[in-house]
Design a protein around this ligand. Structure first.
Ligand code: GSH
Length: 321
């Protein structure tokens, strides 16, 4: 199936340079996203100024109905200019109260994606369904946690795990010039959890995984348990099948190549439970690079400060032969 609606592009003035199926779906263009300005000079991972020019960049936003979600979803795709042949792809998953635009607008990843030649896909963080439950926190904060819900009413649309790992990649592979054997995943907070469970539940599917301040152990986090109870009922065993720290013990597969950064001033530190994930990995003999950074909080200044390291990490595995 081809993408059916093309929403916006930061640099295009007309839809004429779109492939035909996307041209038909063109709605409007948007020039208001400052982080997407063309970069003509950039710094290499080692800090050296590079003169190499990758051409113009563009973030494009699409919208279409996804079968597994029974819902119309937006997702943004960033394609660096001057790519030679099919490019590796990095999926980036946002946190609570975010959207497909948050990473695109706030993280500054474009510079590094252009530098390395990586296509980036930034999906929305949950289906924007309203069940009409007043003050429902899941809907209000988009608390999908990137799992597949089994309980009603959530199970009809909240199938984010299948969306991220199956249906969205197949749409990306059909519509963009990506190398499907070279994909990695990254996430922030709730999205960090999504990235970790996606890698842990799909051995070998992602060449590397990285996270900024990931939620690591939601089934043991009182503030998150209420969400999991909505999705899975009171069944602890099912909850644990969707919990990154619990999944570590049974992981069998190739190296996961995990990189994590967390700010020491993160106000959600207690809920993120990085230490539980760290000790589970140690117990299971899974190598992991964890970096706790003084003076950083949970926000996008923290993320943009370490984005270079994350792209450097992914590029090592995405371009490995
Ligand atoms: N007050 C908001 C804060 C949510 C929040 O901090 N979200 C993080 C992800 S967990 C984020 O990145 N928000 C977007 C931003 O900071 O620009 C809420 O509780 O919903």
């Amino acid at each position: 199936m081809l993408v059916d609606t093309y929403l916006s592009n930061t640099l295009l003035k007309t839809p004429n340079d779109l492939p035909l199926p996307l041209k038909k779906a063109y709605i409007r263009f948007n020039t208001a996203i400052p982080s997407s300005a063309p970069v003509e000079r950039m710094f290499s991972a080692g800090g050296q100024l590079m003169e190499k020019r990758r051409g113009k960049m563009a973030d494009k936003t699409f919208e279409m109905t996804f079968t597994v979600l029974n819902f119309r979803m937006k997702f943004a795709v960033y394609v660096p200019g001057n790519l030679e042949g099919p490019a590796p792809v990095l999926y980036i998953l946002g946190g609570m109260s975010c959207s497909e635009q948050t990473f695109i607008q706030k993280s500054g990843f474009q510079r590094w994606a252009a530098h390395y030649g990586i296509i980036v896909v930034s999906p929305d963080v949950c289906p924007r369904v309203t069940f009409g439950v007043e003050k429902n926190e899941i809907e209000a904060k988009c608390l999908s946690f990137y799992v597949n819900a089994v309980k009603k009413p959530w199970n009809r649309n909240y199938q984010m795990y299948s969306y991220i790992n199956e249906e969205l990649p197949s749409i990306i592979q059909e519509n963009f010039n990506v190398n499907k054997d070279r994909q990695s995943i990254m996430g922030h907070s709730m999205g960090g959890h999504g990235a970790l469970i996606s890698a842990l539940k799909n051995p070998g599917k992602f060449r590397s995984v990285s996270a900024f301040a990931p939620a690591c152990n939601p089934s043991k986090t009182p503030d998150i348990q209420f969400v999991l109870k909505c999705y899975f009922g009171d069944d602890t065993k099912t909850m644990e099948e969707w919990d990154a720290t619990c999944l570590v013990a049974d992981y069998k597969g190739p190296e996961l190549n995990i990189l994590i950064h967390q700010g020491n001033n993160d106000k959600y530190k207690e809920q993120l439970k990085l230490e539980n994930f760290e000790s589970a990995c140690e117990k299971a003999g899974i190598p992991i690079s964890i970096n706790k950074e003084d003076g950083y909080d949970h926000g996008f200044y923290f993320i943009s400060s370490f984005m270079e390291q994350h792209f450097h990490h992914h590029s090592k595995f995405l371009f490995d032969s």
